[in-house]
Ligand binder design. Structure first.
Ligand code: PEP
Length: 249
């Protein structure tokens, strides 16, 4: 089955509104006349999302980096899915390793967010990945299967077909180290096989699986050539307009 590649820039806690406008201005000039075959988008901080909406040009997916699973309530500092929908956000990154690590985001909360997003017709980008020590101890498959099993508890196959999974080995995020394309392919294939086991082959073939971890314009092709890698989640190299465009191969 052919799956359309999807590249998402994760801006983390970088750029203010003015920086975002400058990026969009540069990017819109650079992209003019180019034929882009993949889906592409940017996951920005909440305050930048309205700027992306106002300056939105053709096809740019607007993604948030988090959301709350409750529709509303006394949750100071949180943002609901309805609030995100108001400003054209269609995708939300869930369970990024930085959120799991620094904000104690649990698999249980991730599962609740996935349910809430699918119920609102939004698309989650579910991140999973092993730490350096887990990688060294050859625990990658067990760690990832457990993250996926808990994240997808109770999620129906019709929703899973819309899911994007980002495999991001933690030791490769922002470090300049990448998994080799073959290594990344092996894990992404393992994820697809596991979705087949949990659901069925048809569902697994529809899920888009990204690789993330120090992806740049210079190495992205080697990942996208792999049969089970359907795109990339990219931090550092998505911050500059020229470099972001270089990822849209
Ligand atoms: C990320 O933020 O998800 C990421 C993969 O970052 P980087 O591309 O900088 O490693």
């Amino acid at each position: 089955m052919s799956r359309k590649h999807i590249i998402i820039g994760n801006w983390k806690m970088y750029k203010n509104m003015e920086d975002t406008k400058i990026f969009l201005n540069q990017f819109s000039k650079l992209i003019k006349g180019k034929v882009i075959k993949c889906d592409y988008g940017i996951a920005a901080s909440y305050t930048n999302l309205p700027v992306l909406k106002l300056n939105q040009f053709h096809n740019l997916i607007i993604a948030a980096q988090n959301c709350h699973y409750e529709p509303e309530g006394a949750f100071t500092g949180e943002v609901s899915i309805k609030m995100l929908k108001d400003i054209n956000v269609s995708h939300v990154v869930i369970g990024h390793s930085e959120r799991r690590m620094y904000f104690t985001e649990t698999n249980e909360a991730i599962n609740k967010k996935l349910h809430a997003l699918f119920n609102a017709n939004m698309i989650p980008v579910l991140c999973c990945g092993e730490s350096d020590s887990e990688y060294e101890a050859k625990k990658t498959n067990d760690i990832i299967k457990n993250q996926i099993l808990l994240a997808l508890a109770g999620i129906k196959s019709q929703h899973v077909t819309k899911l994007i999974i980002a495999y991001e080995p933690i030791w490769a995020i922002g470090t300049g180290k990448t998994a080799s394309a073959v290594e990344a392919q092996t894990v992404c294939k393992m994820i697809r096989d596991y979705i087949t086991e949990l659901y069925d082959e048809n569902t697994a073939q529809k899920v888009r699986i990204q690789y993330g971890g120090s992806v740049k314009p210079e190495n992205i092709k080697s990942f996208l050539e792999q049969p089970d890698i359907d795109g990339a989640l990219v931090g550092g190299a998505s911050l500059q307009a020229e470099s972001f465009l270089g990822l849209l191969v």
